[in-house]
Design a binder for this molecule. Structure first.
Ligand SMILES: Nc1ncnc2c1ncn2[C@@H]1O[C@H](COP(=O)(O)OP(=O)(O)OP(=O)(O)O)[C@@H](O)[C@H]1O
Length: 235
């Protein structure tokens, strides 16, 4: 369980998180939604200890994250923009990350599923954006940890890779993992998410299932529900 209490974060005069209270129980897929700049990445980076909050407390599996780092070994994180040096080859990168994490890994089945065999000897700066994203997904999923945090995982993927990604995530959920995803792809959310967390103006506007959100906003689908929220008709 991830517990967030009274979380505040301000950048300059920009109040990004305004007293977030959130409990994320284990074993489900959570979609964090909200307009551009609403603080989704800031929230997940706070959980990861990559952003230091101004106020508030976060615990992951009972451990406070402040000034700690051991808890992070329980988390697999896919960042929105992964910046690895362009002159490293894919296989070298996989070996490097394995050496750093020192955990059992299962890269072979992911290499097959994501069809990465032809690219293993290629340097990262020679890869297309979608192939780079597949490499990032492989690095995220190859370790068997209880929490997965995925910032825009569908970015640049073709339909076949998207199907593989959804399948990989479903299998992770079946094995009891907690999966937190930020995305703007509403079809992905409708298909995959057990719970939606909607951020608006630095706070949580809604947390619950898709059907609860549709009921709350009196709309027929997620696209219209979000349009209703952002136009202020349901704040
Ligand atoms: N390191 C930083 N320094 C200054 N401002 C920042 C920093 N990181 C984020 N911000 C600002 O905080 C706000 C929230 O950014 P964040 O990336 O968390 O939003 P988001 O909901 O993930 O957006 P998007 O949907 O566009 O990815 C934005 O106004 C952004 O400019």
């Amino acid at each position: 369980m991830i517990v967030i209490e009274g979380l505040y974060k301000r950048f300059g005069d920009n109040d990004v998180l305004n007293g977030i209270e959130l409990k994320i129980p284990d074993g489900k897929i959570y979609a964090i939604l909200g307009p551009n700049g609403s603080g989704k990445t800031t929230l997940i980076k706070s959980v990861l200890g990559l952003v230091i909050p101004d106020k508030g407390q976060i615990t992951v599996s009972g451990s406070p994250v402040s000034h700690q780092w051991l808890y992070r070994s329980e988390i697999n994180y896919l960042s929105q923009i992964a910046n690895f040096p362009g002159n490293i080859r894919v296989l070298e990168l996989i070996r490097m990350i394995k050496d750093i994490r020192c955990q059992k890994s299962d890269e072979q089945s992911l290499i097959r599923r994501l069809k990465l065999e032809p690219f293993l000897d290629k340097k990262l700066d020679k890869l297309s954006g979608g192939t780079k994203q597949k490499v990032n997904l492989l690095l995220t999923f190859m370790f068997d940890n209880p929490i997965l945090i995925l910032d825009e995982p569908t970015s640049g993927l073709d339909p076949a890779a998207l199907l593989e990604l959804k399948d990989i995530i479903r299998v992770k959920r079946e094995t009891g993992k907690t999966i937190i995803v930020t995305t703007h792809i509403l079809q992905f959310v409708e298909e995959m998410a057990d719970e939606l967390i909607y951020l608006l103006e630095g706070d949580i506007y809604f947390k619950g299932s898709l059907s609860e959100l549709l009921q709350k906003t009196n709309q027929a689908d997620l696209e219209h529900a979000i349009a209703a929220i952002t136009s202020g008709r349901h704040v």
